[in-house]
Design a protein around this ligand. Structure first.
Ligand code: CP3
Length: 352
């Protein structure tokens, strides 16, 4: 711990929040998408015999799981343990998270009547989220908690396809075949995701991240017409609160500047784009987050450390840089390597 860390007494002054606001930092802040969960033995122990969605509704368990990677790795932020489909479950969509598969929807959404059956989300329907965030914020002290939600396109893809999809063919057929119905579905999803973000921010989350994991499947013009307005609406739900907004998707090299215009302070970059190129495409008005290839955590340390150094160096060209992976931690990752990456990022970014 450096002298500066000892002086950080508020979340607003934490390296993560400062980087998101493009202010100077004592070291490059680092956290990992999917840091809480499947890569940690202590996570597997507490989850034993408890279904994923059930665990998300238990504030004691959510608090413990969210804190595990903070204790173990010394990351600069916690991310709330939940799933992008939790708010859909909360409004009554019949869905399950099937181990090894992902979210599976009992009755896929394809018609006007299907869309009309999805109610708006009210904060009362996710009171367990409010409770867990409050518990967490009290435990975390000056370490910021990141709240999150899924973006309308990615949620719509699960709902329309009925589960995970490689080609998103039913989603694209609906989008192009009945744009009005598509907009009605996504407007409802923007309300649900926006409310889910707002609940977390109002309970004390210091930063929010909107995940549009599968939006890289769209061309630019389709992104502009069918996804961007709805992501903008979801992020607008927290615009009046003092929380920086991170926006991330996979395979989005073509979309990065557009994603920034959705209302992001920070644009998450996946590992397929060189960070320096992403910074050039985005320009100086955004901070960036990313973008180590999660598979490189399996490479020998020298190769991995060299790439970590390249990313930290490239990040200096941005107004703010939050070190992260280019997508989530893979299940078989050695957690010891993650800890070592955190230490390395902190050390090399302090050396000026
Ligand atoms: O770590 C774990 O795998 C255990 C818990 C778990 C989560 N989601 C946590 C999560 C499980 C079993 C799921 C199911 C699920 N939901 C999957 C994985 C299927 C599998 O078994 O591999 C997927 C792909 C989803 C849908 C989903 N959830 C997406 C697309 C996203 C956005 C992030 C991404 O990976 O693109 C999520 C968010 C999510 N799921 C988070 C967590 C803790 C929050 C974000 C984070 O921690 O970075």
């Amino acid at each position: 711990m450096s002298a500066y860390d000892l002086q950080v007494t508020t979340v607003a002054d934490s390296p993560l929040v400062r980087a998101a606001r493009r202010k100077s930092v004592p070291h490059t802040p680092v956290w990992f998408m999917r840091q809480a969960g499947r890569s940690l033995p202590e996570y597997k122990r507490v989850r034993e015999g408890i279904a994923m969605l059930d665990s998300c509704m238990r504030p004691d368990l959510v608090t413990e799981i969210t804190l595990q990677p903070v204790r173990r790795h010394g990351v600069d932020a916690a991310i709330f343990f939940s799933d992008i489909v939790v708010p859909l479950k909360a409004v009554g969509v019949d869905l399950d998270i099937v181990p090894g598969v992902g979210p599976v929807i009992a009755e896929p959404v394809r018609t006007r009547a299907d869309v009309e059956r999805i109610p708006e989300l009210t904060p009362d329907a996710v009171s367990y989220v409010t409770e867990a965030v409050r518990l967490l914020v009290a435990e975390l002290g000056p370490t910021p908690l990141i709240g999150f939600a899924g973006a309308p396109f990615t949620l719509a893809s699960y709902l329309v396809e009925g589960g995970p999809s490689k080609n998103h063919e039913k989603t694209k057929a609906l989008m192009h075949g009945d744009p009005e119905l598509w907009d009605a579905l996504c407007a409802r999803l923007a309300q649900i995701s926006g409310t889910f973000l707002r609940v977390q921010a109002q309970a004390g989350a210091a930063v929010v991240q909107l995940f549009d994991s599968w939006v890289g499947a769209l061309q630019r013009r389709d992104y502009v017409r069918f996804a961007l307005p709805h992501s903008t609406a979801a992020l607008a739900a927290v615009a009046d609160l003092d929380v920086p907004r991170i926006h991330f998707g996979v395979g989005t090299g073509e979309l990065l500047p557009l994603m920034g215009t959705a209302g992001a302070d920070v644009v998450g970059v996946d590992y397929r784009v060189e960070l320096g190129d992403a910074i050039e495409r985005l320009g100086p008005e955004y901070a960036v987050q990313g973008n180590l290839d999660p598979a490189l955590l399996f490479a020998p340390w020298e190769a991995l450390a060299a790439r970590v150094e390249d990313i930290v160096t490239a990040g200096r060209a941005a107004g703010g840089h939050i070190f992260n992976l280019g997508h989530g931690v893979l299940p078989t990752t050695d957690p010891g390597v993650l800890t070592r990456v955190v230490e390395h990022v902190h050390e090399i970014s302090q050396r000026e």
